[in-house]
Unconditional design. Structure first.
Length: 343
């Protein structure tokens, strides 16, 4: 009626939200929505979380819903898996996914395989979440990317968010899923603000697991990435655009199941492919993407070999200058694109 009277209505503005706050919102909304959801892990309750992801949740929901555990990943992951088998919905936080190696038997052999081994009679609706990949100055034992590790295992779903909307929508979808889901976050993104749309501010906002997002349209080369390197790809695309090269940037969002159809459609359009990831090259996410493209219909549209940009094939050094050279940078992506395009 106001529009008919000629009055201009302003649409609700998007807001800036950090990845940390987006994850906190997702946990809060799902704890409120479903009484079966509970959070457990080291320092998640009284300390508000090592990274303040669970800030305020213990005070709001109490000891039965937000549980501090001993420093024993194998123990509390096992408790969480058992709880999921009786149809609770635990969110199991690892202070870093490097520590999930202590509990990998529970993640793989107990959570991922039980539905199959029980002929579908026992579901395990559990979320394993926490920071993944390189942080800053934490050296070799705290800097590994586990996307390829967990993406390798049937029975698991694996998501890897980049933006605040990714973080909120994928975590909520993971908590509601009836399968075990590994949520690989980036510690270096926790404090980064992103624009969050009005739709994403809704309590019912979820992002479908298994669907990639095209962050930037382009015509000359396809850049495929996940987690923090998505931002590097967007920066590299802006640099290359000034030189007349238009990159299509795909935010993979989900590692397993992988949305290879979106990648194929982009490669058919651009005829070139560059993958970017922070993990090691051998048997990596980029290697899987390249293999799937080679085996599928998009291979015939490639005008040049696909190029991978990865972390260096060494344990992560401690020194900052060496660390910077082990992690893909914008300049590395620009170089790879020019190599793929032979310019």
């Amino acid at each position: 009626l106001q529009q008919r009277r000629g009055l201009r209505l302003s649409a609700p503005a998007a807001i800036q939200v950090t990845v940390r706050d987006a994850l906190n919102q997702a946990l809060d909304e799902e704890l409120e929505r479903d009484e079966r959801v509970f959070l457990l892990g080291e320092e998640v309750a009284q300390y508000d979380g090592a990274y303040k992801i669970s800030r305020g949740l213990w005070k709001k929901y109490g000891d039965k819903r937000v549980i501090d555990t001993p420093i024993s990943e194998m123990g509390f992951a096992g408790i969480a898996v058992g709880a999921a088998m009786v149809w609770l919905r635990p969110v199991c936080e690892f202070m870093t996914f490097n520590f999930s190696m202590q509990a990998i038997d529970q993640v793989i052999n107990s959570a991922a395989k039980t539905c199959y081994m029980s002929a579908g009679s026992i579901a395990v609706p559990i979320v394993f979440r926490g920071p993944n990949g390189a942080s800053a100055g934490v050296a070799a034992q705290h800097s590994q990317c586990f996307a390829a590790w967990y993406g390798h295992c049937p029975g698991l779903k694996v998501v890897s968010p980049w933006s605040a909307e990714d973080a909120k929508g994928l975590l909520k979808a993971s908590i509601r899923d009836d399968n075990p889901v590994v949520v690989l976050e980036s510690e270096l993104l926790y404090g980064v603000p992103f624009e969050m749309s009005e739709q994403a501010q809704s309590k019912e906002f979820v992002i479908p697991i298994g669907k990639a997002k095209i962050e930037r349209q382009g015509t000359h080369v396809t850049l495929v990435s996940h987690s923090r390197p998505v931002g590097h790809c967007i920066e590299a695309a802006a640099v290359l655009s000034k030189e007349g090269v238009e990159c299509e940037v795909i935010n993979l969002r989900t590692i397993r199941p992988m949305d290879i159809e979106t990648v194929e459609a982009s490669v058919v359009k651009t005829n070139h492919l560059v993958t970017v990831e922070g993990g090691w090259p051998q048997f990596g996410v980029g290697a899987e993407i390249c293999a799937r493209i080679m085996e599928g219909p998009a291979f015939n549209y490639l005008d040049a070999p696909a190029v991978r940009v990865t972390g260096a094939d060494v344990p992560m050094p401690y020194a900052k200058i060496l660390e910077d050279n082990c992690i893909p940078q914008v300049k590395d992506i620009v170089f790879a694109v020019k190599k793929a395009l032979n310019i």
